[in-house]
Design a protein around this ligand. Structure first.
Ligand SMILES: N[C@@H](CCC[C@H](N)C(=O)O)C(=O)O
Length: 291
């Protein structure tokens, strides 16, 4: 079975081309693929399937050809993955499945668009639309995140998937992040959450660390960076829908830099790298479902 390995700001993925949706990829299979010792190693899996053959794309493809079946490293399903979307688009281009300047991809959070760099579509940055951010409890912090004895107020932001965004004085205060931060009230996130810790770096420039639901601390999280951007903008008194002016922030992550903009219609877009680093064949028997 063929696979590729890719990353976006060092958020890394195993890509499984399964265009006709023949593979029954179990949670155990995904966990094995993502295992950094016994498998290929990654923060998540991107299974590439034609929308027409994937049941979760039914009724929402509207002509879009590809469905991004994203899974976390523990095998759990997530609604969206922003870095994964850029890498997914890069794969489509790399495999010769897309040669247009843009491609629309169906995700569990709805349709998203990826645009290749006009000057260097094969290697340049990819810009993806990320939908609109939802702040179910309003702009003020409404939850608390705790690591060890420290806790911080946090903003509940939904980017299709859940986030708790805490502004802190020092990213080191989040400690080793070997375990998931405690988020209260737990009822705010019935399906768990990703947690971002954020510091200011300058005007409209922030930096984050992230603990991802189902993957642990990673080097980057695209949806997390967008959630952070929107929380920072509201904190700074900026709302493009109200102000009638787009707003843009630079978000540094441990694995690089993302440029994020919120437009006057509330649509968030993110620009960053998308890199394919390897392609190969999985050894027979790696996937639990195989014999
Ligand atoms: N790394 C991703 C987010 C992946 C999903 C997340 N762990 C979740 O469970 O919601 C990104 O780049 O957005």
């Amino acid at each position: 079975m063929p696979f590729l390995k890719g990353h976006g700001t060092e958020n890394d993925f195993v890509i499984i081309p399964d265009h006709d949706g023949r593979l029954d990829l179990t949670a155990a299979d995904v966990a094995r693929l993502c295992d950094r010792r016994a498998g290929v190693g990654a923060d998540g899996v991107l299974r590439v399937v034609r929308a027409a053959v994937h049941p979760e794309a039914a009724g929402r493809a509207e002509g879009a050809e590809w469905f991004m079946d994203y899974r976390n490293a523990d095998g759990g399903v997530a609604e969206m993955c922003g870095n994964g979307l850029r890498v997914f688009a890069r794969y489509l281009r790399h495999a010769g499945l897309v040669d247009a300047a843009e491609v629309t991809v169906v995700t569990r959070a709805g349709q998203r668009r990826a645009r290749f760099d006009a000057r260097d579509p094969e290697r340049g940055p990819v810009t993806v639309t990320m939908g609109t951010a939802r702040l179910p409890d309003g702009a003020a912090p409404s939850v608390t995140v705790a690591v060890g004895a420290r806790d911080w107020p946090a903003h509940h932001v939904d980017m299709g998937n859940p986030h708790a965004v805490a502004f802190v004085d020092d990213l080191a205060h989040a400690g080793g992040l070997r375990e998931a931060p405690l988020v209260r009230p737990a009822s705010a996130y019935p399906h768990g959450t990703n947690v971002e810790f954020v510091v200011d770096r300058g005007e409209r420039h922030v930096a984050l660390r992230v603990h991802e639901r189902g993957s642990g601390e990673t080097r980057s999280c695209g949806t997390g960076a967008c959630a952070v951007m929107v929380a920072a903008a509201r904190r700074d008194g900026r709302d493009p829908v109200v102000d009638g002016r787009p707003v843009a922030y630079t978000v540094d992550v441990p694995g690089g830099r993302l440029e994020i903009e919120e437009g006057v219609d509330g649509t968030v877009s993110m620009t960053g790298p998308a890199v394919i680093v390897a392609e190969g064949t999985l050894a027979p028997g790696l996937l639990a479902g195989e014999d």
